[in-house]
Design a protein around this ligand. Structure first.
Ligand code: XMP
Length: 538
């Protein structure tokens, strides 16, 4: 098991952020709040609402009606959840939510909560309904208007609504659910048992659009790009005329955050790029070029390769590597920050998923300790500027494209803070090994890009074990390195599947590595998914 404690250069102090702070951006566009009752698709609901052009935030179900009202939403969605409404300690519906004067849509558990609290009949069914199901619309009402009478939908529940509360119209049933949708237009309360947010519900997005557009009367014009102006104003207000620094890692989050902040406050911003010598080939130069030449953003680039290599000498244990790289990174960063002089703010590329995962967004249990936090001194003296705190990764990419960042940067795959050092495994990360790995990695990326697969893969990289094997090349015995190809698909790195790369592509990659890299005589493919493996080897 790895415990990740190493910050990327971009994100060196999230721990200090008030993680429970709401994403409190004054916004010109409408918002709908999604209350999270612990369902596996809750985050997806918020994303789908945003895809409909309405800003949406995911809040823990227990935040309280006052907190929801403070956001002045145009509607509230109650998510699904694993509990039964009859279970001890099951999350309850706060009745005040129904008095906010805005429409409420309950999905799955959210619907059962509404039914149960308002006098409908909810019971545990003999058989649950999991997966694909058939929905029959008996009375389209307002919510299902214009949608087919028969449609497929995705279900995931055991308790079932047998009767809607009095005064409600029962709209649809499904294979195992006598009441699969209901509404009371008068009271502005709507419920659906199935999951409109998953792709297996073909008319799911239409139902959300009906709720957001026709029921809540939202102005559906929000887009990730539309937050640029909003953020620019907010950043100006937050920092005034103070100096700001930003750690650039070469990844998309810190780059987008930096460009956004620069747009807001110009040369009050200084970026610091610590090149620890553990980056991929050419990446350091690309970052320097993009920021200095293209954007004219003041950038301090520190070539700290020797310092890091010196520290890494004789270190083979993965956690020790991570810790010392993290500690050295902070040291270099602080030295450079001090040289910039009296900076008051630090830009962080924190994303919405980081906020949710660390419990700040939903109040749910921490799902994982985020890679970019931890191992940081408690006493970093900066206030944080986090312009991406409300955005999902794909939205950050859209903002990056809007701001004119190069396509290569916008679509860069994730890269761990400790860099290639944790991919030279089982041995010391020496300059010689790092260079072999860097060259192998370059060939892999080049071929993957040429095959048009780069964006489809969550990550593709090489690992260099401290192992040599015997081979034969040009009638001569060789004794060279083994390169491992690791390519995975994933949505969020929590789970991952090994990518089924075409054989011809694998052959091309392997033969290039062996022909072009004198030190390599064998190439193997990692076919382990996560779990049981992790994505990285260390
Ligand atoms: P694992 O190996 O745990 O990795 O499956 C999940 C994702 O996290 C990345 N990763 C890191 N990112 N600092 C980072 O910024 C780290 O120390 C770190 N370790 C792993 C990894 O590349 C994958 O995307």
């Amino acid at each position: 098991m790895t415990t990740h404690g190493v910050p990327t250069a971009a994100t060196a102090a999230t721990e200090l952020a008030d993680e429970s702070a709401p994403v409190d951006v004054p916004r010109a566009t409408d918002e709908v709040v999604v209350l999270d009752y612990g369902g596996q698709y809750s985050q997806l609901i918020a994303r789908r609402v945003r895809e409909c052009g309405v800003f949406s935030e995911l809040l823990p179900h227990h935040v309280g009606a006052d907190e929801v009202a403070r956001r002045k939403p145009k509607g509230v969605i109650l998510s699904g959840g694993p509990a039964s409404v009859y279970a001890d300690g099951a999350p309850r519906l706060e009745k005040e939510l129904l008095d906010l004067g805005v429409p409420v849509l309950g999905i799955c558990y959210g619907m059962q909560l509404l039914a149960n609290e308002l006098g409908g009949r909810v019971e545990g069914a003999e058989v649950g309904e999991f997966g694909r199901s058939q929905l029959t619309v008996r009375e389209p009402g307002r919510l299902l208007e214009g949608l087919p009478a028969e449609q497929r939908c995705w279900m995931s529940h055991r308790d079932t609504v047998y009767a809607a509360p009095e005064g409600f119209t029962e709209l649809a049933s499904s294979t195992e659910s006598p009441v699969a949708a209901f509404e009371s237009v008068e009271r502005g309360i709507y419920g659906i048992q199935y999951h409109p947010e998953v792709v297996h519900t073909p008319y799911g997005q239409d139902v959300l659009k009906r709720f957001l557009g026709d029921v809540c009367e939202c102005d559906m014009t929000w887009s990730a790009a539309s937050i640029v102006e909003e953020q620019v104003a907010r950043i100006r207000e937050q920092v005034g005329d103070a100096k700001v620094i930003c750690g650039l890692s070469g990844g998309v989050d810190s780059s987008v955050a930096a460009v956004l902040v620069h747009k807001a406050i110009g040369d009050q911003l200084t970026c610091i790029f610590v090149d620890h010598g553990l980056m991929r080939k050419g990446e350091g130069d690309q970052v320097i070029k993009a920021f200095r030449e293209h954007y004219g953003i003041p950038l301090v680039a520190v070539d700290a390769e020797e310092r890091f290599l010196e520290k890494l000498k004789g270190v083979t244990e993965p956690e020790a590597k991570r810790k010392l790289i993290g500690a050295e990174f902070i040291r270099v960063f602080e030295e450079e920050a001090a040289k910039v002089g009296d900076a008051k703010f630090l830009v962080q590329g924190t994303l919405y998923s980081d906020v949710i995962e660390s419990g700040g967004g939903t109040g749910a249990a921490t799902i994982k300790s985020h890679h970019n936090v931890g191992g940081l001194p408690e006493d970093l003296e900066f206030e944080l500027v986090e312009p991406l705190r409300a955005l999902f990764k794909d939205e950050v990419r859209a903002v990056g494209a809007e701001l004119g960042l190069p396509e290569r940067l916008v679509w860069r795959q994730p890269f761990p803070g400790p860099g290639l050092a944790i991919r030279v495994v089982g041995g010391e990360a020496t300059k010689e090994r790092l260079d072999v790995l860097r060259d192998a990695d370059y060939i892999l990326q080049d071929e993957i890009r040429k095959a048009g697969l780069y964006r489809e893969l969550w990550q593709s990289f090489c690992v260099l074990p401290d192992v040599r094997t015997v081979g034969v090349q040009g009638d001569e015995r060789t004794y060279g390195y083994v390169v491992v190809i690791r390519a995975v698909t994933s949505d969020d790195a929590m789970t991952a599947d090994w990518a089924r790369l075409p054989y011809d592509l694998l052959e091309q990659i392997a033969s290039r590595m062996i022909n072009e890299l004198r030190e390599v005589n064998r190439v193997v493919l990692d076919i382990t998914s996560k779990p049981p493996g992790t994505i990285e080897w260390e």
